[in-house]
Design a binder for this molecule. Structure first.
Ligand code: SAM
Ligand code: SF4
Length: 331
């Protein structure tokens, strides 16, 4: 019988795909993009059909969870059609989206109807001016309305993602947890990663470790270790007496690679085996050279997986260790 799984040389089975559907975004978060970001020409971006073909190949190889990301996935035209096709695949246990929340006020019910099960929404500040400084867009109200729309649409376990920066929003950590607890949301705090060259700040000056964030939270809330393991970089804690789980995404402080179960595909169709490495396989070239040849695509994915690195080596001091921006790879 042919091998129909994706297993790397370290015995890790890949069951989770993060699929970026666009490199574009309506925000310009300072840690993610420069204001004058140059995006890829449209023909370089996978078409909706190509995105589906890639997802289909991964599903055929045993992937059970897909997270749609970007750039901002909700600005991709025709996304709902793609989501409906994926949402109809019974093999998928989970179809999730990571979004900046700006379009949710109008799209949340449609996403739910298309079969999206879970939403991660980025929110770094609850203060209008700070939010505008982080994202370079004055859209806090719109994002908050989007979070309410997502709750009203019936999404369970909505998770907020907050990048914490010293001197910029580290004093808001308790407010963000309170916001999550009051609404029954989960929240993950993210250490900034050295992805892409940025000019707005020196990352090492604003770096705030997960350990510091946790200390701050414990000044207001009791946390107990949660048994939840995702195969990803998050470690979870439960806020005692609430439904809220708090996650910490700590690429610098922890080596989370041992149980890594994921790969990424960029909007340009590059298969990225590890966020901390540059190496990538060009799926777009293969798709366009051999349209409709799903067997070849599956074999290419299986072969590429033999190159998945054992671990990453992020270091804060190295400003531009990985030249790709997160918006290109899909966060
Ligand atoms: N636009 C969507 C959003 O903002 O949620 C999805 C893509 S975004 C690249 C995914 C996540 O990556 C966001 O939560 C964002 O805060 C995070 N992110 C972007 N650049 C980062 C960096 N350099 N270090 C850590 N997290 C980063
Ligand atoms: Fe856009 Fe998300 Fe990057 Fe912010 S983090 S610029 S919302 S892709």
């Amino acid at each position: 019988m042919p091998n129909t799984q994706l297993v790397d040389p370290f015995g890790r089975r890949i069951t989770y795909l993060r699929l970026s559907v666009t490199d574009r975004c309506d925000f310009r978060c300072t840690y993610c993009m420069s204001e004058d970001m140059v995006f890829a020409p449209r023909e370089q971006i996978l078409s909706l059909e190509e995105l589906y073909t890639v997802a289909d190949a991964f599903i055929g190889l045993g992937v059970k969870r897909i997270r749609i990301t970007g750039g901002e996935p909700l600005v991709r035209k025709g996304l709902l059609g793609l989501l409906e096709r994926l949402g109809a695949r019974p093999e998928l246990e989970d179809l999730a989206i990571t979004s900046n929340g700006s379009q949710l006020y109008q799209m949340a019910p449609q996403l739910r109807a298309a079969g999206v099960k879970r939403l991660n929404i980025s929110l770094d500040s609850l203060q209008r001016e700070r939010f505008a400084a982080f994202t370079r867009r004055d859209k806090l109200e719109q994002v908050l309305a989007g979070i309410e729309a997502a709750r009203a649409a019936g999404f369970s376990r909505i998770k907020l993602n907050s990048v914490v920066q010293k001197g910029r929003n580290d004093d808001e950590v308790l407010d963000l947890v309170e916001f999550a607890v009051e609404r029954g949301l989960d929240i993950s705090f993210i250490e900034e990663m050295p992805l892409g060259s940025i000019s707005s700040h020196k990352r090492e000056e604003t770096f705030c470790s997960s350990a510091e964030v946790r200390e701050r939270i414990e000044q207001g809330y009791a946390l107990v270790r949660s048994s939840r393991v995702t195969g990803g970089p998050s470690r979870y804690w439960q806020v005692v007496g609430s439904e809220t789980r708090v996650g910490f995404i700590s690429p610098h402080s922890h080596n989370f690679c041992g149980d890594c179960n994921r790969v990424r595909v960029t909007a340009e169709g590059k298969l990225v085996l590890c966020l901390g490495h540059e190496g990538a396989l060009d799926l777009k070239a293969l798709l366009r050279a051999h349209p409709g040849d799903s067997q070849r695509l599956r074999e290419a994915l299986q072969n590429a997986l033999q190159l998945k690195p054992e671990r990453h080596h992020f270091q804060v001091e190295e400003q531009v260790q990985v030249l790709r921006f997160m918006s290109m790879t899909g966060g």
